[in-house]
Write a protein that binds this ligand. Structure first.
Ligand SMILES: Cc1cc2nc3c(=O)[nH]c(=O)nc-3n(C[C@H](O)[C@H](O)[C@H](O)COP(=O)(O)OP(=O)(O)OC[C@H]3O[C@@H](n4cnc5c(N)ncnc54)[C@H](O)[C@@H]3O)c2cc1C
Length: 511
């Protein structure tokens, strides 16, 4: 039997879209290649007792009335899926040689803190922060669905945003002549983009930075519960999420995608699924190559011609008999750089494979919610994240597994050296479990081409007017993925909800 919506991939945007459609009475089937649903947001368990989320750390737009909350309300999940607020006095804590800064959930406070650190530049800091807020307002008005009255009313903000269409964060830092150390403290969330200031789009930085200032959150029952709750809505409304089912071919008849061929890895069978509509959550460029690029309209081909976001290195560690709170960790993330110039630090790690003076993020998920269940009572989880080069790791993985493992250990050891020196002496003695992920791990478990972290690279080129959306130029076939919307937990909620609104006419985003 043909399903109404056949969805390939169970990443967040797909689950949100699928749950909304299933709740609205449509028949939904999701095919997922992995054994766990959620894509980058999936959760895995090691040694039968340690549970880690693959990539998600903290999220924004989850407060009352914000996009995540509105979607959850529509799904009657808002009382079940709740969030804990990060510390508003410092949700991200930055440390570079000679400086420390807590980023507060309040722009005025941020301004005061930066001005106290860089008193001779306080005027410029003030103007920069105002420009960031103005740009954010302009971008909100320009985002789907555009309201013409708002556009006229807030012409100044819209004009402000439009002028940065092709700018990197570095361009704007230079324009406002911020001191180097102030730039570094403001851009130290670079692992959230996997790009340094001279590569990341100003738009991408503004959206994420202001999103977290407005409220940084962690799910009360961990990310696994969010994913499972969305899956449950689909199943309770007659839909299905089929795991271990890798789609190998899209079936095309006269510019209409009618179904897919897949490998049912549980039973080692080739299976076929058909749908009235096919929704593609796997990377759009990869899907288009599977279908044949020549079948897409030139305009879509040009939008599909994006480069991928750099990949990453993750270390998931469990510590025993150590209270991380006593060492300055809590309801916040820590970002550390040994080099005050992030462009140079990034270049050295990403292009030069040199991690001897690393820049990285530290997260402590067990301190973010009282709910346990991710590790035994006497343990806590600490994770480290930085950039990694796909080509380098792929070569090592293919040619020399020992060297591949050594490189992963080398990166972790450089990070642990820094952490022991600056935060937790003897940390290594307390680590009872550790596992590291590389670009090839991402590729293997998240099925993302080149192990990319955020889909299409978050540079001005990909964040501009030519950005891909849900449209494919093929009939009944739609993209629904970070690269055809925006990456991140809240942005993928928005991506799934936008496609639902367009196809169902239910104005969930306009209410
Ligand atoms: C290191 C890292 C840290 C991050 N941290 C954060 C954070 O702190 N906060 C935040 O908001 N965001 C974060 N993100 C971003 C966020 O996780 C992603 O943007 C988001 O989860 C992407 O969702 P998606 O809908 O695009 O689908 P994806 O997660 O890309 O899922 C696609 C799915 O399709 C499946 N698939 C692919 N090919 C096939 C096939 N042939 N057949 C069947 N299934 C297939 C895959 O297995 C996968 O499940 C992070 C990402 C990374 C990499």
């Amino acid at each position: 039997m043909k399903t109404d919506y056949l969805i390939v991939g169970s990443g967040l945007s797909a689950l949100v879209f699928g749950a909304l459609m299933a709740k609205a009475g449509q028949k939904v089937v999701i095919l997922e290649a992995h054994e766990h649903p959620g894509g980058f947001g999936h959760t895995f368990t090691m040694a039968n007792k340690y549970t880690f989320n693959a990539q998600l750390h903290y999220v924004w737009d989850c407060g009352e009335g914000a996009i995540v909350n509105r979607v959850l309300k529509t799904l009657n999940l808002d009382r079940k899926v709740t969030f804990e607020r990060y510390d508003p006095n410092g949700f991200d804590r930055m440390k570079i040689p000679g400086y420390e800064l807590k980023i507060p959930a309040d722009f005025e406070k941020l301004n005061r803190r930066l001005s106290a650190l860089f008193s001779e530049s306080s005027d410029r800091i003030d103007k920069f922060i105002l420009e960031v807020q103005k740009t954010r307002k302009g971008l909100k008005i320009l985002s789907y669905p555009v309201n013409i009255f708002d556009l006229i009313k807030h012409f100044n903000e819209v004009f402000c945003a439009v002028k940065y269409l092709n700018s990197t964060l570095q361009d704007v830092f230079d324009r406002f002549q911020l001191p180097q150390a102030a730039q570094t403290l403001l851009a130290l969330q670079w692992p959230d983009f996997m790009l340094p200031p001279d590569r990341v789009s100003f738009y991408a930085w503004v959206i994420l930075f202001t999103g977290y200032v407005e409220g940084a959150f962690y799910p009360t029952h961990h990310f696994k519960d969010v994913i499972n709750s969305l899956v449950k809505v689909i199943e309770e409304n007659g839909g299905k999420v089929v795991l271990n089912c890798e789609v190998t071919e899209f079936m095309l008849e006269k510019k209409t995608v009618t179904g897919v061929k897949a490998i049912d890895k549980t039973n080692n069978l080739t299976v076929e699924y058909q749908g009235e509509n096919i929704v593609c959550n796997l990377d759009p460029q990869k899907a288009a190559q599977m279908i044949g690029l020549e079948n897409f309209a030139p305009k879509i081909r040009s939008k599909l011609n994006y480069d991928y976001s750099p990949s990453n290195f993750m270390a998931y560690c469990v510590v025993k008999d150590l209270d991380l709170e006593k060492y300055g960790f809590g309801k916040w993330n820590t970002f550390h750089s040994g080099d005050k110039d992030l462009n140079r630090a990034f270049e050295r790690m990403y292009e030069g494979q040199d991690y001897s003076n690393p820049s990285f993020a530290i997260t402590t998920p067990t301190l973010l919610t009282k709910e346990r269940g991710t590790c035994p009572e006497d343990c806590q989880i600490i994770e480290f994240l930085t950039v990694a080069n796909y080509d380098h790791f792929q070569r090592l993985h293919q040619s020399n597994r020992k060297a591949y493992r050594q490189k992963k250990n080398e990166i972790l050891n450089y990070i642990l050296d820094r952490v022991e020196k600056n935060y937790i002496p003897n940390l290594r003695k307390h680590i009872v479990f550790k596992i590291t992920g590389s670009p090839t791990t991402n590729e293997r478990f998240c099925w993302c081409p080149q192990g990319n972290s955020y889909g299409s690279n978050l540079t001005p080129r990909n964040m501009g007017i030519g950005r891909l959306d849900h449209q494919t130029s093929l009939k009944n076939f739609y993209f629904c993925n970070a690269s055809s919307g925006y990456p991140g937990f809240a942005p993928t909620f928005w991506t799934g909800a936008r496609l639902y609104q367009i196809l169902s006419g239910d104005e969930i985003l306009s209410k």
